[in-house]
Design a protein around this ligand. Sequence first.
Ligand SMILES: Cc1ncc(COP(=O)(O)O)c(C=O)c1O
Length: 439
Amino acid sequence: MRYDSITDVIGDTPLVRISPAVHGLRNIDLYAKLEMLNPFGSVKDRAAWSMTRPKLATAVERGDAIVELSSGNTAKALAVIAGMHGLPFKSVTNRMKVPEIKDLLLLLGAEIEELPGQSECLDPSNTDDPLTRIHRMLSEAESGYLHTDQYYSPLNLEAHLAGTGPEILRDLDGRAPDYIIACVGTAGSSTGVATVLRAANPGIEVVGLVADKSDFIPGIRNIDEVHEVGLFDPATYDSIETVTADHAIDGLLTLVRRCGLLAGPTGGGAYHGAVRHLRALDEGLTERRTAVFIVCDRVESYLSYIRKRRPELLNQPPRQNSVATLTEAELAEVTALDVDAARKWIAEDRPLVIDLRGPFAYAALRIEDSINIVDELFDELLYGGLPFGKKQPVLLACPVGEKSVRYAALLTRMGHPDVRSLAGGIIGWRDAGAPLVRD
Ligand SMILES: Cc1ncc(COP(=O)(O)O)c(C=O)c1O
């Protein structure tokens, strides 16, 4: 195999059968489409190349920077492509959540701009999300940027209409599978593949997988977030199902330990979601069926993600007080104060008000005298040691009141007798017209 450029190596990834001894399905042949074997490591290599290739000559001539709202695989592939063409690459994101990917982007020469998102509630008088504003600015011609626009670009979809989908058909000897199961981020890969396969087999069942709302799975969205994506069309999917981080890690473990596939969390989530969906159908089948799931990227970048959620896998003591271990009963016991009750409590008892949002949002607007401990750091302090004692009354505030309830329940379990949560979060406080201060 000889190539003129590494970009010629993008695509043509293998379709590998999963042993029935592993998945246990009796009537279904299950295949993994190994997008992790693309040269820069993920399914996004295809989209990144498809979105840049037609515009590179002009960008090089003008010296434009490539820019994308991504903190993951798209950014990684774009950073490589930009570097190969002597262009700068800028990743705009509302929080770099996977440290290995941030480090890798910096190593590749990317510039990273971290901004708060809408849910962080930056400024109530401004109804635009900062990312939305940047998106609008970048899309203007003559902006000096080649904005690839992965959430809206038809070229993202095109990569899978022309590549991923036809490859699966070809490798199954022209017969489309009966089921396709894929995680949904920009929806580019699932939509492109589903479109091609459905044209060949209108009876195909398409299962889209999103992250459970309580969980973060790097690379994919939850059911609310997915509706904000321009390429997402609910009609593409016969069903949309959720996977938790635990499911994703369980699936990843099966793939890495038993199948020789060094898949990342969304590959694991896709495997888990596929087997869960297919197991329910398998018994009733009278003919053999074929199913394909997509393995988007590799495991190596997610070791800190796994360490945090399943430390025992990496020979570390289990985290007893993690959010994932909370019961419904513990959550139901939390005192969640509405805005009036919270204001009264603050005035009378002076609890420590901890704002769990990101530093940008906190700096822009906050409850007077509150302190800022961003939720990820707060999570670490639960194990490393909290900067306040058990007798200290605490009011926790987050964007909408979902995270603060969980951390209040954990602190209560850990023996803090008076920890309360601000119902509706800072957004609720703002909407009630209660006072906020800024730097
Ligand atoms: C690890 C990972 N899995 C899955 C996806 C989803 O792919 P798509 O954007 O085509 O929906 C992405 C997208 O960025 C990803 O990075």
